[in-house]
Design a protein around this ligand. Structure first.
Ligand SMILES: [Zn+2]
Length: 567
């Protein structure tokens, strides 16, 4: 304890309010809050539950009790938003009609010869058809890679045929193999890339690797819970359909085009002159309304106009909503209590709200406390906030994200409690700031410079706001009903709260931190594989989630369809 005050009287004054907070009371408060948030009553705080609204009310009531100003809409603490959930279905009319150079007209039967992509937008497009190889645009000057399937063709407003995966997907030695295949070869990346080329629609076709046994179509359910990543509408067609069009125009088969790309690593794109396609997709979506909870603690002094955000997502997986890792079918329908993910971050945020709200004569920037919903479905709540901010975003100097801070454990070598801090490179000043903090706390800190990761801080990084991300590591109970209050290390959480409190004091008072982009230059805005050992939460696509957790959820729709991670 003494070491914290060693640097001198100034630090003592800054941190005195926290030192006085009785640790035992703090632990008891967090235990009480978490016991409620991770109770049957809150139903695992899934998007499809009523329990998530009880949790929201609980958080809002606390904000009010602490005298925080409502930071949501219409003078409330809530910022509502809707998003797509599971239970999408094909609508009444889904059509794909091809018209050839000789005036032939071929209507492909839906679900047999073509399948709407589950995550596609709805819509209707009639346009000429273009073959765009693997649909990649990947440039890496360092490695001398310049590969663009869209070079030399005009894809604007067209229907683009795109192979799945990447050239030589299994190979670890070619530029697109291994990890790059998982990222670049994803349906999401290809839709985004097609969008950048202004394509109106994408027809995916299995590459030779995916079609090895049978040329089966991706089940609609495979991505039907995803948000559309880009504007083009998309469906999946069989290889023989593409073969027919290629042969009748350029006198070539799909296989030979593929082989040529795989061999030369040069694009083989071309217009399929004379062919047009009419694609009409109708998809019935279910949406739910959930809400972010936002409370404002005003600052004072010359920096009072600026803001520091402390955020934590409070949603979880309900009764095994998408993202559950419970393998047992029956258990998967139990409440996923999400005590660590992210009840822990939520109650730590509430505890910090109390400490700051009750500390007298506080100086510096305002602190805005946020509990996000929709995180488990892909950072939807935090994205909604940064796109429709209820406080001026240019005034946000920094954001701190607490996601899974309840499982503090000793690090193997040092035996000190392990704490992972992401975003240390997201502002010029942050690395030093963390090093200084480390001196006051008995933690083994694992730093990750990246401001990106599968949790809500990413949404702020994307808006060029410096971030910190605090995380105590993955565990066996992650995304399972067994993530309960009994597994939480409350004294460890109290330590995280202390450190975060000091971090917030710094962030509220220091000169405005200078944002640094830690994003590696990549096409399609894809998030790189995090350097931190494990990361909680989700990327916003099923494919990347599959990679993250090291495989497709067993027994899930993807598994049943025989789909491998990295599709
Ligand atoms: Zn999670």
């Amino acid at each position: 304890m003494l070491r914290r005050f060693a640097p001198g009287i100034l630090l003592f004054l800054v941190f005195a309010p926290f030192a006085q907070a009785a640790d035992d009371e703090s632990i008891e408060r967090m235990r009480r809050d978490l016991t409620f948030l991770a109770s049957d009553e809150c139903e695992g705080r899934g998007a499809l539950t009523q329990g998530i609204h009880k949790a929201a009310d609980y958080i809002a009531a606390r904000f009010e009790q602490l005298g925080l100003r409502p930071g949501g809409e219409d003078g409330t603490y809530f910022q509502k938003f809707r998003f797509r959930t599971g239970r999408s279905r094909l609508g009444a009319v889904n059509r794909l009609v091809l018209r050839g150079p000789q005036g032939q007209e071929i209507e492909l039967p839906v679900t047999k010869q073509f399948m709407p992509l589950g995550m596609s937008e709805e819509g209707k497009v009639t346009a000429p058809v273009v073959f765009a190889g693997y649909g990649l645009n990947y440039i890496d000057p360092k490695e001398g890679i310049h590969y663009n399937d869209y070079q030399g063709i005009d894809a604007a407003g067209k229907v683009v045929i795109v192979l799945r995966q990447t050239p030589n997907p299994g190979s670890k030695t070619v530029p697109f193999g291994g990890q790059r295949n998982q990222r670049l070869g994803s349906l999401t990346n290809k839709l985004v890339t097609a969008d950048q080329a202004k394509a109106a629609a994408v027809l995916f076709v299995n590459d030779r690797d995916k079609a090895l046994d049978t040329d089966s179509l991706l089940p609609f359910e495979y991505t039907s819970e995803e948000m559309p990543p880009a504007k083009p509408i998309a469906a999946h067609v069989r290889r023989n359909v593409v073969d027919m069009m290629l042969q009748s125009t350029v006198g070539d088969t799909l296989s030979s085009r593929e082989r040529e790309i795989d061999r030369t690593l040069k694009p083989q794109s071309s217009a399929l002159t004379g062919w047009t396609a009419t694609i009409e997709l109708a998809i019935e979506r279910t949406t739910v309304e959930v809400k972010n909870v936002i409370g404002i603690l005003e600052g004072s002094g010359p920096l009072a106009k600026e803001t520091v955000v402390l955020g934590a997502h409070y949603d979880h997986l309900g009764r095994g909503e998408r993202g559950s890792l419970e393998r047992d079918e029956k258990n998967r329908q139990q409440f996923h209590y999400g005590a660590d993910d992210n009840g822990s971050g939520t109650v730590a945020m509430l505890e910090l709200a109390r400490r700051f709200a009750t500390s007298k004569g506080r100086n510096g920037r305002r602190i805005v406390f946020m509990a996000f919903a929709g995180e488990e479905q892909g950072l939807i709540g935090s994205r909604h906030f940064v796109n429709k901010p209820t406080i001026p975003l240019p005034d946000v100097a920094a954001m701190v994200n607490l996601d899974m801070v309840g499982r503090v454990r000793p690090e193997k070598n040092t035996k000190k409690d392990d704490l992972q801090i992401g975003g240390t490179g997201s502002a010029k000043e942050f690395d030093k700031l963390v090093d200084a903090l480390a001196k006051n706390h008995d933690f083994h800190l694992s730093k990750d410079p990246s401001g990106y990761g599968p949790s809500d801080h990413t949404s702020f990084t994307e808006k060029k706001i410096p971030v910190f991300f605090l995380f105590t590591g993955l565990h066996e109970q992650y995304h399972k009903p067994a993530d309960t209050v009994q597994t939480i290390n409350f004294p460890g959480m109290r330590k995280v709260v202390h450190l975060t409190g000091e971090m917030l004091v710094q962030l509220a008072n220091m000169p405005r931190p200078t944002f640094q982009d830690t994003k590696p230059a990549q096409p399609g805005g894809q998030v790189d594989v995090p350097k931190i050992r494990f990361m909680p939460g989700n990327y916003n696509s099923a494919e990347e989630r599959g990679v993250l957790i090291g495989g497709v959820t067993k027994g899930g729709p993807a598994d049943k369809a025989g789909i491998k991670a990295g599709d």
